[in-house]
Design a protein around this ligand. Structure first.
Ligand code: PEP
Ligand code: CO
Length: 473
């Protein structure tokens, strides 16, 4: 395979790449790029095409995407245990959602490459001292010192290595297969121990019956053993250096991960990110925040999916619980009228961030649930498909978001706040979400519609005052 070259491929280099780190030494960066260009890609074009085919099903309502993982992966947190913890949590959620949606769930980690962060502010001030902001382990260190915050291109090689090891572990566990019975048993244990468990018992019982039926038929209807890797394709130098031609088609594929997305801060139509993404054949996504106009969404489709290839383009909407019902319908209507087969995915995290009295960046479980409910309602009303869920989560028992079945409050945040960037759902909160979202799929058969799910969830939320400051990454 060759590194992608040519005029069309290089056009993006002439455009503004927002959020590009200020690499102190272009020569050092160049050396790293040359090195990366000699390395093997981490994923293969056929794997990427498989994910595109799966996502094409999601666009039609015949599959559902579950995408999740850390806001920011960390080099020094990498272990088989943390990787497996996230994978297992996604698989447990997938069992619940597969049953509820009655379609295959496509499991995609925000993993094996999620090392670069866009920031709202270029600097951070602590105790009167101002330094460059932390931009993810791929760029600089989280420690608050000038040396740590200096962008270091050698970190891009560590990102490659960390991503490769993560993919190795994911592939090893995926190859070993997921024992659905065991995943379900773990979910039953959660139901029996969780303060909110009674509420989920009936659904868990029905999932158990369905598994028994499936066993009896000798079938394995859940695609839980297949897992893909995704990350924000923020650092275009890195992405370009790992892009390779597919000998089958002569087309370029980003070799850094199966699915790459463009963040809400870098989706400018005339920017380098959109132009670069147009040159790769992977399935791609764009985050759409509350400032997105329908015209921008349509233009993004024309740039990124001119052939209207099902599964090629996913829109991950993150409007905020209070705005999703107002802002989403027009976007969906106009995109649908265009005949574009995008996958609509709900990110209920990034529009619901606020600062707790302690200063921690947090999110309310109720807001997260309410945004998903609004997203489902909009699609139900328009007759379109709610294609998936994009969440920040970890299998570790962190205390970063408030609410959920265990009723975490602001006072709990200091206990185990580990995130380098945005607050994640912990294992229990993620399973709470899966059980409650399960109720939104088919109100006619579950007897509980989305609005009920929200009202009931609100009853055991944190409920300590209202969001004071809403802020981005
Ligand atoms: C993120 O996914 O961590 C992120 C920064 O999201 P967004 O681009 O939607 O703000
Ligand atoms: Co985030």
């Amino acid at each position: 395979m060759l590194t992608l070259t040519g005029e069309a491929a290089a056009h993006w280099r002439t455009l503004v790449a927002h959020q590009r780190p200020e690499w102190p030494s272009p020569a050092e960066l160049g050396d790293v790029m040359d090195h990366l260009a000699t390395l093997l890609p981490l994923v293969t074009p056929p794997e990427c095409d498989t994910l595109t085919a799966r996502l094409a099903q999601a666009a039609e309502g015949k599959a559902f995407l579950l995408q999740g993982g850390d806001c920011a992966e960390r080099f020094d947190r990498l272990s088989t245990q943390t990787i497996h913890g996230k994978l297992r949590l996604l698989q447990r959620m997938a069992v619940i959602l597969t049953y509820a949606a009655a379609v295959p769930v496509i499991t995609v980690g925000r993993m094996a490459g999620q090392y670069a962060k866009p920031r709202s502010r270029p600097t951070e001030t602590v105790g009167g001292r101002t330094l460059p902001a932390y931009r993810g382990d791929a760029v600089n260190g989280i420690g608050f010192s000038r040396a740590e915050r200096r962008p270091d291109p050698a970190r891009l090689l560590r990102m490659y290595d960390a991503s490769r090891h993560t993919l190795d572990v994911l592939r090893a566990f995926a190859r070993g297969g997921a024992d659905l019975r065991q995943l379900h048993k773990d979910n039953e244990d959660f139901v029996s121990c969780s303060p909110a468990g009674e509420r989920y018992a009936e659904l868990a019982g029905r999932i158990g019956q369905a598994l028994s039926f499936s066993d009896a038929c000798g079938g394995d209807p859940l695609r839980t053993t297949e897992v893909f890797a995704s990350h924000e394709g923020l650092l275009l130098d890195y992405e370009a250096a790992l892009t390779r031609y597919d000998p089958r088609s002569g087309r370029g594929y980003a070799g850094s991960g199966h699915l790459l997305w463009i963040g809400d801060r870098t989706r400018q139509l005339d920017g380098a990110h959109v132009a670069f993404f147009a040159t790769i054949d992977n399935p791609i996504a764009v985050k759409l925040g509350p400032t997105t106009t329908p015209e921008q969404a349509l233009a993004l489709i024309d740039r990124l999916d001119p052939d209207r290839r099902p599964g090629r383009l996913t829109f991950v909407v993150r409007m905020g619980a209070h705005r999703v019902r107002d802002l989403l319908p027009e976007l969906v209507e106009k995109v649908t009228a265009l005949g574009a087969p995008v996958v609509w995915v709900c990110d209920p995290m990034h529009g619901n961030t606020f600062e707790a009295p302690s200063g921690h960046k947090t999110r309310r479980f109720d807001d997260i649930l309410a945004e998903v409910a609004g997203f489902f309602e909009v699609h139900e009303a328009l007759g379109t498909h709610a294609g998936g869920l994009h969440v920040e989560l970890t299998g570790e028992e962190v205390t970063e978001c408030v609410g959920g079945g265990a009723g975490l409050g602001f006072d709990d945040l200091h206990r185990s706040y580990e995130s380098a960037c945005d607050p994640r759902l912990n294992g229990g909160q993620a399973l709470d979400l899966a059980f409650l979202v399960a109720e939104m799929f088919n109100p006619r058969t579950t007897g509980a519609g989305a609005p009920d799910a929200v009202v009931n969830a609100a009853a055991w939320g944190a409920g300590h005052g209202s969001p004071s400051v809403s802020f981005d990454a």
